[in-house]
Design a protein around this ligand. Structure first.
Ligand code: ATP
Ligand code: MG
Length: 592
């Protein structure tokens, strides 16, 4: 196990290398920062000489004026040190912040293009934690730890040279101490790194857990699960704490052993040097300067040991971030994608389509679907829950690629089409309308960002949403809350409808778009939709007969397959499932 440790450590630091690509654009900043770093290190080192002067010229020689001038010299050096430190600190911290901001953007830009099933496999809390915690860790590494390490390294080398110049014999004590201090670094470093990565993961778990509970707070409270959730959350937190405890124990031991070894060496040296001063073979100033450099050296080694642990942690973060950056979307465009001929007419042909969700390879969600949707016609899809209706819509938008078969738009396979063009052609009102935590303008304009206010209001009017929006406290400027929590289900649905109307797509997919509306609003919205469906290829998933009846074609689905196709009259006559669906609704209406 010990033999593999160095290789692993090397690998850990290698994983930090790609981060250099993010630093590259700021070469000039790095140059200035390094210059400031070098300057401050040199000044710090020369302070040792200042100490020597103060002691030898001032105290030992007993001269007041010499003491004064050497103090001035010292203060001058310190002022220079302060200015240099300002520059170094500012520039390095700036770099850290800049680079982590860039990494955040790059990771987000990558995430947003990934195939939707990626987000089914990876929990959102974990991804959030990578965007925030992991990048913050890298920021602190680049902004402070790295510069601390570099400065310490310079100081270490400088102090060593000054030590050798001042007294070779005494330096030997120090040189014995330093390698000793490196032993615990090797020993504890690997443990720290492993625990650090575990620690990050457990923090992410906490975030995910809390996020979910907060989002579903009403469910928790209505089932009075507060105490249960408190306990479950406490458990997650304690797990994270225990891992952190083990990590900090390792780090404390690392730091303590380094400090013990380094300062023991200094004490030995003081003992030996003190004897030289007493016997007159060394000046008190030299010993003073020597002690100064020795402490500087010890502190540098200590800092490096500390930063070493930090770097191990950062390596974990970097690995995770780069992992994210290396994920490729599974929905790939061909090298020279086709553009849709924009005739406004879009027929859709589905050929022998079979699909199962990647997370459920054994269950097929769609089975050998063959279907022709003529351009400009309205096709309704009906069927029991879980039949695969929504799945079909997802495939039409190419959120997933089917395992078998094709979908053709105007005879072009959608896999050959430019993805953005395909999706611009399609407008959807999903089963669960998704709103953003912003105002009404933003939410409707999502369908067409460049739309004018009048266009937005017209779309809202057609979706029968204008009246209730006007009554909101600030009208169209009203904030809708996270995921639109401040609206009723039917109101959300109408905002989503307005969004689709504003988009004015050639192909319209309506998934239970009016299911949450009362009879009267539905009647109005239906009229608007009828108008909207003119000259547009439309697919409607609906349970209500009133919506379905007027469709040009009705597709009856069950268990991932198409069981019957026809118009209302023919299906009533021939399809057992359609009859059953109709009867159930008829009974319901009777009850009302
Ligand atoms: N993201 C997913 N991952 C795995 N399986 C899924 C996913 N979404 C849906 N399914 C499964 O695929 C099948 C078809 O689901 P789909 O959502 O298409 O049904 P539906 O016909 O729209 O039903 P409903 O009328 O209830 O909306 C179901 O068995 C469902 O459990
Ligand atoms: Mg559905």
């Amino acid at each position: 196990m010990n033999t593999s440790a160095p290789a692993k450590q090397q690998k850990a630091f290698k994983s930090l290398l790609p981060i250099l690509a993010f630093i590259k654009p700021y070469k000039l900043m790095v140059f200035y920062a390094l210059f400031a770093l070098l300057l401050t290190s040199l000044v710090s080192l020369s302070i040792g000489q200042g100490v020597k002067y103060v002691i030898d010229k001032g105290f030992v020689a007993g001269s007041m004026s010499e003491l004064q001038s050497s103090i001035f010299f010292l203060v001058g050096l310190i002022a220079l040190l302060a200015i240099g430190t300002f520059c170094r600190f500012y520039l390095m911290s700036w770099l850290g912040e800049r680079v982590s901001a860039d990494i955040r953007k790059t990771v987000f830009n990558r995430l947003i293009t990934l195939h939707p099933s990626y987000f089914e496999e990876n929990r959102s809390g974990e991804l959030m934690s990578r965007l925030t915690t992991d990048t913050t860790l890298l920021q602190s590494i680049i902004g402070s730890s790295f510069s601390m390490a570099l400065r310490s390294l310079l100081m270490l080398i400088g102090a060593l040279i000054m030590l050798l110049i001042t007294n070779i014999n005494l330096t030997m004590y120090i040189l014995l101490g330093v390698p000793l201090a490196l032993i615990p670094m090797k020993f504890h470093g690997k443990k720290v790194r492993n625990l650090a990565s575990k620690s990050q993961d457990s923090i992410a778990d906490i975030g995910t857990y809390a996020g979910e509970i907060i989002q579903n707070i009403k469910v928790v409270q209505s089932f009075t699960h507060e105490d249960k959730e408190k306990q479950a959350f406490a458990k997650e937190v304690e797990i994270a704490f225990n891992i952190a405890k083990r990590r900090i124990r390792q780090r404390s031991m690392l730091i303590a052993s380094v400090i013990f070894l380094a300062f023991s060496a200094i004490s030995m040296m003081l003992w030996s040097g003190g004897r030289d001063v007493l016997s007159g073979s060394m000046s008190a100033g030299d010993l003073g300067a020597f002690v100064f450099y020795a402490i500087m050296l010890a502190m540098s080694v200590g800092t490096i040991a500390e930063v070493y642990g930090e770097l191990q942690r950062a390596a974990g973060s970097a690995t995770r971030l780069l992992e994210l950056l290396s994920v490729e979307t599974e929905i790939v465009e061909t090298t020279s994608p086709l553009t849709l001929s924009n005739t406004g007419e879009n027929s859709i042909t589905i050929k022998n389509l079979s699909f199962n969700y990647p997370s459920r390879p054994e269950i097929s969600a769609l089975n050998n679907i063959d279907l022709l949707i003529p351009a400009g016609k309205v096709v309704a899809i009906v069927g029991p829950s879980g039949a695969g209706k929504t799945t079909l819509f997802e495939l039409l938008q190419r959120f997933y690629d089917p395992q078998q078969g094709n979908i053709l738009f105007n005879n072009a396979d959608i896999k050959q089409l430019k993805l953005s063009e395909l999706r611009k052609t399609i407008g959807t009102v999903p089963q669960n309308p998704i709103l953003f935590s912003s105002n009404v303008w933003h939410n409707i304009k999502y369908g067409k960002p460049e739309a004018t206010d009048t266009e937005v209001i017209n779309a809202a009017k057609r979706a029968h949403a204008h009246e209730f929006i006007e009554q909101l406290p600030e009208g169209y400027d009203s904030f809708l809350g996270e995921q639109g929590v401040r609206l009723s289900g039917g109101q959300k649905q109408r905002i989503a409808l307005a969004r689709a109307i504003l988009k004015d797509p050639a192909v319209l997919l309506l998934d239970e778009a009016t299911s949450a509306l009362d009879a009267e609003s539905e009647h109005h919205v239906q009229l608007a939709l009828k108008d909207l469906m003119l000259d547009r290829t439309t697919l409607i998933i609906a349970h209500r007969l009133s919506t379905v009846m007027h469709a040009d074609l009705i597709v009856v689905m069950d268990n991932g397959s198409i069981v019957d196709i026809g118009d209302h009259e023919s299906l009533i006559a021939s399809s057992a499932l359609y009859q059953r669906l109709c009867e159930l609704q008829f009974d319901q209406n009777k009850d009302l």
